[in-house]
Ligand binder design. Structure first.
Ligand SMILES: [Zn+2]
Length: 223
């Protein structure tokens, strides 16, 4: 790559870049190695951003100096993308303005997402980003949402609901066992609890396994 850059060999530069990218469903050419600022970087030389190399090779034919290239804007908003169709040279002012507008829009969407998590944690919109145009944005927001160390409130609520279900099931199994001891058949007990016999069996098995596990652990420790 370094030799191709020094020789200003646009065709070789583009071929080498094309060979090293992973194309995602949105058509972005994702360059895996990124600088601390999130821009695609050539190995051993993070001062040469690959997206700028692409514009230099495709639009300038490597004619001007690489350093003289104006700021390069990602129309797909993915800084790791090096697809020439997603890159346009722009004025510094436009680039700053666009970055500000995008940041504001992302913050707004993030706030709305969190509000929806509170109001309707199971809303399908929270799980899917169906529009292909929104895919890069969805990935961006999901990346941002993955960062907080604390558990999200929606996840916490889901865990609490699961724990509640488990407690309820445990109480029902205890009730079922009592009825079985009194001589009722499994079918009668299942009818009493308004569940199927298979479900009753599965619940009893799970509760039995859960209450047996710690004892087994103690026994194997002692042995
Ligand atoms: Zn892209």
């Amino acid at each position: 790559m370094r030799r191709a850059i020094e020789a200003r060999d646009a065709a070789t530069i583009l071929r080498l870049i094309r060979e090293r990218v992973h194309e995602d469903p949105a058509g972005c050419w994702i360059w895996r190695r990124v600088s601390p600022q999130g821009y695609p970087a050539v190995s051993r030389d993070p001062s040469v951003p690959v997206h700028r190399l692409v514009v230099w090779a495709t639009r300038m034919g490597c004619k001007s100096e690489l350093s003289a290239l104006p700021p390069v804007h990602h129309t797909c908003a993915r800084t790791a993308c090096v697809n020439p169709d997603h890159l346009v040279p722009v004025s510094s002012a436009f680039n700053s303005l666009e970055a500000l507008a995008r940041k504001a829009a992302l913050s707004r969407i993030e706030a709305l997402t969190r509000a929806l998590e509170q109001a309707a944690p199971d809303h399908p919109v929270l799980k899917e980003w169906p529009e292909i145009e929104l895919l890069p944005l969805g990935q961006l927001i999901q990346e941002r949402r993955r960062r907080p160390a604390s558990m999200s409130s929606a996840l916490l609520q889901r865990k609490q609901r699961e724990a509640e279900h488990a407690r309820h099931r445990f109480a029902q199994v205890a009730e079922a066992n009592k009825l079985l001891e009194q001589g009722l058949t499994r079918r009668e007990v299942a009818q009493r609890l308004a569940i199927g016999v298979a479900t009753l069996d599965a619940w009893r098995r799970k509760v039995a396994e859960a209450s047996r596990a710690p004892e087994d652990a103690v026994v194997s420790d002692a042995a």
